[in-house]
Design a protein around this ligand. Structure first.
Ligand code: CAA
Length: 282
C-alpha cells in the first residue's frame, strides 16, 4: 500500500524532527501530542529549523512553506485513523508506550504498520500490546533527526518481511541510511553508545577528570563530534538513565549498572539541555 499520510506520536525533540523529515520527503504528516501547547512548540521548532535552512540558502522559502503546509497537528490519537504508517516517539516509559500502542491498534486501519522510535524497550514487548505484532517494528532515529543520517530498523521476533521492507524503504525515502538490528536490549546503537556515556559519568564521579577534560579527551583524542557528557545533555539524562536501566534489567549483567551520579542528576531534575541544566548549564 502506498504511504501518503504519515503519523507521528509525540511532538518533542525526536517527534518534531521525524515529522520534519517525513514532510520534507513529500508525505502529509499528522503530528500528535497530548496538548496543544506541546504541538505548537514542536511545530515552531520545525519552523525555526526550516527558516535557518532558507537563510543559509539550502532551501527556497516556497519549499519551507510547502513542507509546513503538509504538517497538521492533533491531540486526539483517534486522528491516526487517517495515517498509512505511524511512528511513536513518546517519552521513554514502557507503561506509556504500551498504552499508546493499544490505542493505536484500536485507531488505525488493520494494514497500517506501527513503528516505535524507542531507544531500548524490546520491540516484542511493545508488539504484544497489539493484535498486529507482525506489523510492529523499531524505527530508531538519531538526535538531531534532520542532521543524523542513520535510522536503526529493529525487527521484533514476529515482525514480517513486508513490514521490514516497507520501513527500510521509508527510511531511504527520508534521505537516511538504514541499518538492521535484532531485538536485544539497546539494539546496536545504544548497546554501544550508552555504556560509553555511562563510563564517562563514572570518570566524573570518581574524579578522574573534570567534565571539560573528559569531553576534550573524547573530542580531540577520538574525533567524536561531541564529548560524551555534552552528548548526554543533548540526549537527555532521563533517557540515558532509562536506557542503562533497560540494559541492566535485560542482561542482568553488572557491567551495565547506571552510575549513581547519573541517577542523582535525574532525581534533581537536571536532565540536560531541555531542563537548562545537566552536566553543563544552558
Ligand atoms: N537540530 C537540527 N539541526 C541541527 C541541530 C539541531 N538540534 N544542531 C545542529 N544542527 C545542524 C546545524 O544547523 C548545521 O547545519 P548546516 O550544516 O546545514 O549548517 C549542522 O547541524 C552542523 O551544526 P554545527 O556546525 O552548529 O555544529 P556541529 O558541526 O558541532 O554539529 C551535531 C552538531 C550534528 C549535533 C554534531 O555535534 C554531532 O554529530 N553530534 C553527535 C550527535 C549524536 O551522536 N547523536 C546521536 C545521539 S544518540 C541518539 O539519538 C539515540 C538515542 O536513542 C539516545
Amino acid at each position: 500500500m502506498a504511504i501518503k499520510t504519515f503519523g507521528v506520536i509525540g511532538a518533542g525533540q525526536m517527534g518534531n524532527g521525524i515529522a520534519q523529515v517525513a514532510a520534507a520527503s513529500g508525505l502529509n504528516v499528522i503530528m500528535n501530542d497530548i496538548s496543544e501547547e506541546f504541538c505548537k512548540k514542536g511545530l515552531s521548532n520545525i519552523e525555526k529549523l526550516l527558516g535557518r535552512s532558507v537563510e543559509k540558502g539550502k532551501i527556497e522559502a516556497a519549499e519551507k512553506d510547502a513542507i509546513l503546509s503538509r504538517i497538521r497537528t492533533s491531540t486526539n490519537i483517534k486522528d491516526m485513523a487517517d495515517a498509512d504508517f505511524v511512528v511513536e516517539a513518546a517519552t521513554e516509559r514502557e507503561d506509556l508506550k504500551f498504552k499508546i500502542f493499544r490505542d493505536l491498534d484500536a485507531a488505525c486501519q488493520p494494514q497500517v504498520i506501527l513503528a516505535t522510535n524507542t531507544s531500548s524497550i524490546p520491540i516484542g514487548r511493545i508488539a504484544s500490546q497489539t493484535k498486529r505484532p507482525d506489523k510492529v517494528i523499531g524505527m530508531h532515529f538519531m538526535n538531531p533527526v534532520p542532521v543524523m543520517k542513520l535510522v536503526e530498523v529493529i525487527r521484533g521476533l514476529a515482525t514480517s518481511d513486508a513490514t521490514f521492507e516497507t520501513t527500510w524503504d521509508l527510511a531511504k525515502q527520508f534521505g537516511k541510511t538504514p541499518a538492521q538490528a535484532n531485538d536485544y536490549p539497546g539494539f546496536i546503537a545504544n548497546r554501544i553508545l550508552l555504556p560509553m556515556i555511562n563510563e564517562a559519568v563514572y570518570c566524573l564521579y570518581h574524579g578522574v577528570g573534570s567534565r571539560e577534560d573528559i569531553d576534550t579527551v573524547m573530542k580531540l583524542g577520538m574525533n567524536h563530534p561531541m564529548g560524551p557528557l555534552t552528548l548526554a545533555d543533548l540526549i537527555g539524562l532521563d533517557t540515558c538513565l532509562a536506557i542503562m536501566e533497560t540494559l541492566y534489567e535485560g542482561f542482568k549483567d553488572s557491567k551495565y549498572r547506571p552510575c549513581p551520579l547519573l541517577r542523582k542528576y535525574v532525581e534533581a531534575g537536571w536532565l540536560g539541555r531541555k531542563s537548562g541544566r545537566g552536566f553543563y548549564e544552558y
